[in-house]
Design a protein around this ligand. Structure first.
Ligand SMILES: O=C(O)CCC(=O)C(=O)O
Length: 257
């Protein structure tokens, strides 16, 4: 699926942009099903709450951004269920983290036209901390995503520092402290993408994205996968931890046969 240079780049930089991993027909079907899911089940919010808004947005915009987030689109659409096992997607994930791959989540992050919400600098680790680092996020683009539409921006190699302390608590989504981690002081690389592209990134990679200032929607869907022997931190060891196996076979270390 991926070549050696791509695999090395992912491990070195913490991310990899794979162009046209989905065919135009596949992307078209996924996008039109997602529009239907949004229209029938979606809800508009301002996006992630939190004190970070004061550092990323002008005062008059701080409470007026727009977002549609939707977990588990496969609850509504079988197309979105099947894509969890998409051969190209899973093949790439296996090349990056190993053969036995467990699905963790699918979530839509849609930025509506004109004032689609930004995201502050953060790692995804604090949203779902696990006991190892082979957790990969895959951002599937359903629309062309030029920089002005609030494209993903990444801090290359930042995953090497492992999990960092985030601001957490009631009334905020986890984010890095804005006095130290902010695009004003930390260089990042914007990744303009086309529909059908996928950006793979480590859940320890620092990333953020700006407001969608275009007249078009910017919809992308994040899939999370990890090695099947990983577990959420602090989960009781006596409690099983299983989910969809999207690649390979999960062996039972205590099986005797
Ligand atoms: O889609 C984006 O622009 C950023 C989303 C994000 O921060 C994330 O998936 O963790």
């Amino acid at each position: 699926m991926l070549d050696r240079e791509q695999i090395e780049a992912y491990h070195r930089d913490g991310y990899l942009h794979v162009k046209q991993l989905f065919t135009p027909e596949e992307t078209e079907e996924l996008a039109s099903e997602m529009v239907r899911v949004i229209n029938e089940w979606g809800q508009e919010t301002i996006g992630w709450p939190g004190p970070w808004r004061a550092r990323y947005l002008a005062e008059e915009e701080q409470q007026t951004t727009k977002a549609v987030f939707m977990h588990n689109p496969h609850f509504y659409s079988s197309t979105w269920g099947r894509v969890i096992f998409h051969e190209g997607l899973i093949g790439a994930v296996q090349d990056l983290i190993g053969d036995v791959v467990q699905w963790h989540h699918t979530v839509l992050h849609a930025k509506p036209p004109e004032k689609g919400t930004p995201f502050p600098m953060h790692q995804d680790y604090p949203f779902y901390p696990h006991d190892a680092l082979d957790f990969i996020d895959c951002l599937v683009h359903l629309d062309d995503t030029p920089l002005e539409s609030g494209a993903l921006q990444v801090v290359p190699r930042s995953h090497k520092d492992g999990p960092l302390e985030h601001i957490t608590g009631q009334g905020t989504a986890p984010h890095l402290p804005t006095d130290k981690y902010h695009p004003d002081f930390i260089d990042s690389i914007p990744i303009a993408a086309k529909k059908g592209d996928v950006i793979f990134f480590s859940y320890c990679l620092i990333h953020w994205s700006n407001v969608n200032r275009t007249n078009n929607w910017r919809k992308s869907v994040r899939f999370g996968y990890h090695k099947a022997d990983m577990r959420p931190v602090n989960k009781d060891l006596n409690e099983p931890y299983n989910n969809i196996i999207a690649g390979g076979f999960k062996t039972n270390p205590s099986a005797t046969a």
